[in-house]
Design a protein around this ligand. Structure first.
Ligand SMILES: O=C(O)/C=C(\CC(=O)C(=O)O)C(=O)O
Length: 312
């Protein structure tokens, strides 16, 4: 892999670039596995970062993403619009179009988007919109605007991806419960993994899933959630021990409503940049049987993003 560029933008101080030479995973992914949460950034010279962004990343373009897909052994990607591009979805759309049908997208849209523009996104491969409630990443959008968008994208068969942090779930609960279409929560609702997996905070998240069969969860981002590590670096075979029980609990209780993704290029990490090959090796620790892994990595993402070709 080549080293990242910045396209003339100054990266946020302390920015960690993606790992330049991830190892080949020891865990062999099932045939047709989908990396269901990743991003593209720029390149900034071609797709400038949004003026309202809260961070400026290094470039992480489609060529690097597809090289990583092949190196790790994935067949497909779901590319989630990141806030550094605001509602300018061009970099994500360009990657979807260039993938030859092997990438789908999740976009950021605003109330003013026309039906023709929504259809254009659909044609390019978009199958969802993302609503972000993480305060360090976005300014808030009125709930009535989000609800209106959710109604419109439901008509296209799309879902809504939610990004929020665990302490905010009680306040957001009623709004989320009223969403009219399938909902996918990023990173298990970002639990505090220093608290017990059986404690009240995570119990609330599990209850949210239990009471709302239209809600799915990504069991992603141990590198972001972990407080005790050890990091997925230097051949570590059991990284992020503190996150494993949380992800495994969700996979085992909701095997048909979970997704996994790399989160490449891992924006806004402060501590370390993981080796993506070692991150893939976390999968059998959170999904201990071949059947659970088949659902997590193939059947579930195919049903959501490629329903026309899904086997079950
Ligand atoms: O990749 C992620 O899921 C996490 C992000 C960035 C992000 O989502 C965005 O900019 O849209 C984060 O926690 O900083």
């Amino acid at each position: 892999m080549t080293l990242p560029t910045t396209g003339g933008f100054d990266k946020t101080p302390g920015w960690l670039d993606w790992h330049p030479s991830p190892s080949t995973p020891r865990f062999r992914l099932p045939e047709g596995a989908v990396d269901a949460h990743c991003h593209v950034f720029g390149p900034g010279a071609e797709f400038p970062y949004a003026p309202e962004r809260k961070y400026t990343p290094c470039d992480a373009g489609k060529a690097q993403l597809f090289a990583l897909r092949d190196r790790l052994g994935f067949s497909r990607n779901v590319i989630v619009q990141a806030t550094c591009h605001g509602d300018d979805n061009r970099a994500m759309l360009d990657a979807c179009r260039a993938s030859g049908g092997r990438a789908r997208g999740v976009a950021t849209v605003r109330r003013g988007i026309t039906d023709a523009q929504l259809h254009e996104l659909h044609e390019a491969g978009v199958r969802g919109v993302r609503f972000n409630f993480v305060k360090r990443l976005v300014d808030s959008t009125p709930r009535d605007e989000l609800m209106e968008i959710a109604q419109r994208v439901k008509a296209l068969g799309w879902h809504v991806v939610l990004y929020f942090e665990a302490p905010d779930l009680p306040e957001l609960w009623d709004f989320f419960a009223a969403l009219p279409t399938t909902v996918v929560v990023d990173h298990m609702g970002r639990p505090d993994v220093t608290r017990p997996v059986d404690g009240p905070e995570f119990a609330l998240f599990l209850r949210f899933l239990r009471e709302h069969p239209f809600v799915w969860s990504k069991v992603t981002c141990p590198e972001r959630l972990s407080m005790a590590g050890p990091p997925a670096l230097n051949g570590e075979t059991a990284p992020y021990r503190d996150v494993i029980p949380f992800a495994r609990r969700v996979v085992e209780e909701f095997p048909d409503r979970v997704l996994w993704g790399t989160d490449w290029p891992h924006p806004n990490l402060k501590d370390h940049m993981p080796d993506d090959g070692l991150l893939v090796d976390v999968i059998p620790r959170i999904a201990p049987t071949a059947d659970l892994r088949q659902r997590l990595l193939v059947d579930n993402p195919m049903r959501l993003y490629w329903p026309e070709t899904a086997a079950r």
